[in-house]
Design a protein around this ligand. Structure first.
Ligand SMILES: *Cc1c(COP(=O)(O)O)cnc(C)c1O
Length: 414
């Protein structure tokens, strides 16, 4: 655990501050696919980042949960350094000595049998879709090219052409057609609608156990168990996208554990790379993953030695249980702090573990405006939609830092 620096954040407003660093960071050659807050980070440790002018900020976004273990966790950095000094890439044309341990660790961690290593979250989702379709044709007996996958409204699964095809976020989808067919959307958290959408063509139900991008939307108790039961009855796969919800964030290793549910396929990413390299994986039952044979799917970088070494170190951290219990315990502090803000600028909030979606009174400004105000308080967050902001600090954050972030939030809302 790293100790928090005590430097107090600069309190100049986001718009009125000096911009030398910003100018250095801005270039007309960069695509405009993001609208970053006006801060230029040049170093980080634990839950804290520092900008080019030496101002410190508490990172309450943690790379959308890619930094669950904080910035530069010593055990992860050590594993990466050690691997950099021995072997970094072989391609899967050859074996290397780090992959078996990584795969076995991931199977143990998830209670599933077989692992397909990839790199980004979107690739894990794409791979899960391919796996489900092939399983539908070869095992379930769906006629060629007829397989459907049922997804939920408000989903976020990544940015590829196929994935945006079943997004209902117009910003993410519009202009990128023609769209991939074979997806059916039902409202999230509606079991009756889900069951009604399942038929002989259904390969899988693909959902997030908690919808992160949508604003940390937590389904009713019993929903995930209901999805499990409905998919089993319908003879289709349950694919849980745990790319953001998984690996300790909610107080359990996987968010589905809150309902004691084992999906057929689990998608992991983000925190699996320890905030160092992109690492993702599809983990599945043997009967499902066995439909993939040599040459039928692949990735040049998937499961590379550096990724496997860092991923194995991540699994070792999770095996201690320490991060899951921190998420649970600090999650209580977060929940209490937000309860105190209800009616004081916060109209509603949802938490599970150390993860919160907070709806701000729109009269106080957009989520973006609140994020900029928080930035001037030394707190980095990101709005999701409209007036909702998401808090997902590193699971390594100290309780005093978390409390001080809540105090800053109160100030930003007053
Ligand atoms: C971030 C995310 C993805 C996509 O991951 P990338 O690494 O950005 O491709 C997919 N699913 C969920 C739930 C995510 O939060």
């Amino acid at each position: 655990m790293t100790t928090a620096p005590t430097t107090s954040p600069d309190t100049r407003t986001a718009t009125g501050r000096s911009s030398a660093g910003l100018i250095a960071a801005e270039t007309p050659v960069l695509a405009h696919n993001y609208h970053p807050l006006p801060v230029v980070i040049s170093r980080a440790e634990g839950a804290w980042v520092e900008d080019v002018e030496g101002r410190r900020y508490l990172d309450m976004l943690a790379g959308y949960s890619a930094l669950n273990f904080g910035h530069r966790h010593p055990a992860l950095i050590e594993a990466a350094h050690r691997q950099l000094d021995t072997l970094t890439l072989t391609s899967r044309a050859f074996h290397h000595d780090r992959l078996a341990q990584f795969a076995e660790g991931l199977a143990d961690l998830t209670g599933l049998d077989m692992v397909l290593p990839m790199n980004t979250g979107a690739e894990a989702v794409e791979s899960g879709i391919k796996l489900a379709r092939k399983w539908a044709y070869e095992v379930k007996g769906v006629p060629a090219d007829q397989a459907t996958i049922v997804v939920a409204g408000g989903n976020f699964h990544g940015r590829t052409t196929t994935i945006v095809s079943f997004s209902d976020d117009e910003e993410a989808r519009a202009g990128f057609g023609p769209y991939t067919p074979g997806f059916r959307t039902v409202p999230y958290n509606d079991l009756a609608a889900l069951e009604a959408a399942l038929d002989d063509t259904t390969a899988a139900v693909l959902i997030e156990p908690i919808q992160g991008e949508a604003g940390v939307i937590i389904p009713d108790d019993g929903y995930l168990a209901g999805v499990r039961a409905a998919t089993t009855r319908a003879g289709c796969l349950f694919i849980a996208d745990e790319i953001q919800s998984g690996l300790g964030r909610t107080g359990t290793t996987l968010a589905v554990e809150h309902e004691h549910v084992t999906p057929d396929v689990v998608l992991l990413g983000k925190a699996l790379g320890g905030g160092i390299v992109p690492v993702s994986a599809v983990v599945a039952h043997r009967e499902v993953m066995s439909v993939l044979g040599p040459g039928q799917h692949g990735s040049t970088f998937g499961g590379n030695p550096l990724a496997a070494a860092v991923g194995t170190a991540v699994i070792d951290l999770l095996a201690t249980g320490e991060y899951q219990s921190r998420a649970t315990e600090l999650g209580k502090v977060l929940h209490t702090g937000l309860t105190d803000l209800l009616g004081h600028g916060v109209t509603a909030f949802r938490t599970r573990g150390l993860w919160a979606g907070i709806d701000i009174d729109p009269a106080l400004g957009t989520g973006r405006a609140i994020s900029e105000r928080l930035m001037s308080e030394g707190i980095l967050v990101k709005d999701t939609h409209g007036s909702t902001i998401r808090l997902a600090p590193p699971l390594t954050i100290t309780e005093p830092d978390l409390t001080s972030a809540l105090t800053s939030l109160r100030r930003a809302l007053s």
